[in-house]
Design a protein. Structure first.
Length: 86
């Protein structure tokens, strides 16, 4: 399955549309060039397909390109940020 991720900067989120269902990675921009990834959501019918991982990896790659200082209040994103620090 080809998972396409779209960045919607006005809504502060990354989105994937599959079979009419929306999966999202939400974020908020912080002062001093920071970003907080706040929520990852994938509809139950689409779970286990790697969508959340692709959303998070896309969001983190974008944030790195922007030189943002990253943090996550979303537990799922925290796992990826911790791996990157090891």
């Amino acid at each position: 399955m080809d998972i396409v991720i779209t960045h919607q900067p006005q809504q502060h989120r990354f989105v994937s549309q599959i079979d009419g269902q929306e999966s999202v990675l939400d974020y908020r921009l912080l002062p001093d060039n920071g970003i907080d990834f706040t929520r990852t959501f994938v509809p139950e019918a689409l779970r286990g397909l790697g969508i959340a991982e692709k959303l998070v990896r896309t969001g983190i790659a974008w944030a790195r390109d922007q030189d943002y200082e990253m943090q996550a209040s979303c537990w799922y994103v925290t796992r990826f940020l911790k791996r990157g620090r090891k």
